[in-house]
Design a protein. Structure first.
Length: 153
């Protein structure tokens, strides 16, 4: 009789604990992320639009647009260069002089959204192939920076 009572109490405690854990996942204001979390190495090279704007006001920055040529021609940040994965070889050759003169300056690579993998790829290539550093990836919309540029003018 005592064994059944202990077992049922244990089961009840486990069930209550599971319910509390499940509720905390959905209701807690700082619930853990259920998606892939960026590695510290990736986080090191991320920059927000506000941080990018502050950096650009402090020193010269090379802006690299990792989007398609069509989107680049529709609009881009002033003085940005086009450098995307689809045309990597041709664009590297076209922009080599500019990339070499900007080696000492920070680089910020952007595309349309923070989730865009194109800018991460281009930034990694600039670090690995050309040895450029720092090369940041903009974690936000580049249009926010364009609006900030107009305010500074």
């Amino acid at each position: 009789m005592k064994l059944n009572t202990t077992a049922s109490q244990t089961v009840a405690i486990v069930i209550i604990s599971l319910i509390a854990a499940i509720l905390s996942v959905f209701l807690h204001p700082k619930a853990p992320a259920w998606y892939r979390v960026a590695s510290p190495e990736e986080l090191r090279w991320q920059i927000t639009p506000e941080e990018a704007d502050a950096l650009a006001t402090e020193q010269k920055v090379l802006w690299v647009d990792a989007r398609s040529r069509k989107k680049f021609e529709e609009g881009h940040l002033p003085d940005a260069i086009l450098l995307n994965a689809a045309e990597w070889g041709d664009l590297m050759f076209q922009n080599m002089d500019r990339l070499q003169t900007e080696m000492a300056n920070p680089v910020i690579v952007y595309c349309d959204t923070a989730e865009c993998g194109k800018s991460k790829y281009v930034a990694q290539q600039l670090r690995e192939i050309l040895g450029m550093e720092p090369v940041y990836v903009l974690m936000g919309n580049w249009r926010e920076l364009a609006a900030a540029e107009r305010k500074h003018e």
